[in-house]
Design a protein around this ligand. Structure first.
Ligand code: PLP
Length: 371
């Protein structure tokens, strides 16, 4: 069997995004032991870098050794117990997965439904909190990658607190792409992913738990039913002075990569990164408009890092995406669920949020659509 050599693609879908050369280089460094003092020091730096990216002082801020979905599950299995009620806001595919997590924990989800492409409606979320006193948490997706809609995370966290509920925030696509302030906004439990706006390889999920979430974890009546994701065990490995207990073998080289990707974010500056995502989104929007293509989401709620483009009448979804991939080496995303065949999803995430990438996908689309 010959060695596998992947093609060079421009990854402009819903994630993964392209990994910067400096991050690939970090990944290819020689492995060291996962309890090596130098590795432990690197873990501590990674926690510091993550706190800066989340804009938080939360001590419990670590990357979970698995993709974003595991970060989601970490929040639900640690904070929610059988019999709890959780308000779940769904305005796309990922809210549906939150519901699934709540059910599997043995808790009751109360759904707040909004159309795909719309942000979470604050009045509906408030009505659900009012109608369900004692709800343990309000869970929502900040940046809905399946539709390109941004919800008001600050207002939703404030609502949760007003009704004594914890806020559980999906920031898989938002972290480092749009404004996100964990402490200032009062996000109690939040999770992200390495392969979207951080532009690291897929496979790690940064999480952060604030004081209220840690208190809820400590007050549990039942043990966390997932051994691997039980944060009280994970923290014995990621925290503690000197002695660190073996829990699982951390994905050593992946953590080299995450450390480098976070360093790159901080060299640029978080606010500069947010502004860059916005600028390149506008360049894409203008180019699409010139071609007569519309975006699904209303301007006020548009995510700059995930652009849902309406497929024009009479144009078939798959042949266009196939041509972009085969002829131009550009990957864009398909619509999911109710939006399958109706939209394309063009991601401009992390290192891919740059004018050259925008111009490349616009030119390829122009050719593929004959416009
Ligand atoms: C990608 C994504 C996830 C899942 O992350 P994986 O790394 O694919 O497990 C969850 N939520 C949102 C909003 C996402 O975009």
């Amino acid at each position: 069997m010959p060695a596998f050599v992947p093609p060079q693609r421009l990854l402009l879908g819903p994630g993964p995004s392209n990994v910067a050369p400096r991050v690939l280089q970090a990944l290819a460094q020689p492995s060291i032991g996962h309890l090596d003092p130098q590795f432990v020091a690197m873990m501590d730096e990674t926690k510091t870098l993550l706190r800066r990216a989340f804009l938080t002082d939360n001590a419990l801020t670590v990357p979970v050794s698995a993709p974003g979905s595991a970060g989601m599950e970490t929040c639900f299995v640690n904070l929610i117990e059988p019999g709890d009620t959780v308000i779940v806001c769904q305005n796309g595919v990922f809210g549906g997965r939150m519901k699934e997590n709540v059910l599997r924990v043995g808790a009751t989800p109360v759904m707040v439904q909004d159309d795909f492409g719309k942000p979470v409606d604050l009045d509906k979320a408030q009505a659900a909190l009012k109608a369900n006193p004692g709800a343990k948490a309000l869970a929502f997706v900040h940046a809905e990658t399946s539709t390109g809609a941004r919800s008001d995370a600050q207002a939703l966290c404030a609502l949760a607190h007003e009704y004594g509920a914890l806020s559980i925030v999906d920031a898989v696509t938002s972290l480092a792409g749009i404004e996100l302030r964990v402490d200032a906004w009062g996000c109690d439990a939040i999770y992200s992913g390495s392969q979207k706006c951080l532009s690291a390889p897929a496979g790690l999920s940064p999480i952060s738990f604030g004081e209220r979430a840690v208190a809820a974890l400590k007050a549990r009546k039942s043990p966390v039913q997932s051994w691997f994701l039980d944060l009280s065990l994970v923290m014995a490995y990621w925290q503690g002075e000197g002695a660190r207990a073996y829990h699982h073998t951390a994905p050593i080289n992946m953590l080299f990569a995450l450390h480098e990707a976070l360093t790159a974010v901080h060299e640029e500056g978080l606010e500069n990164a947010w502004a860059r995502h916005q600028t390149n989104h506008q360049r894409l929007r203008d180019g699409l408009q010139e071609m007569g293509l519309d975006l699904l989401v209303a301007e006020a709620a548009r995510l700059p890092q995930l652009n849902a483009v309406r497929i024009p009448d009479g144009v078939e979804d798959l042949p266009v995406r196939k041509r972009l991939l085969d002829e131009f080496n550009i990957e864009i995303g398909a619509g999911l669920g109710a939006l399958a065949g109706k939209i394309w999803r063009i991601g401009l995430m992390g290192t891919n949020s740059r004018p050259e990438a925008v111009d490349a996908v616009l030119a390829a689309l122009k050719t593929a659509l004959g416009r």
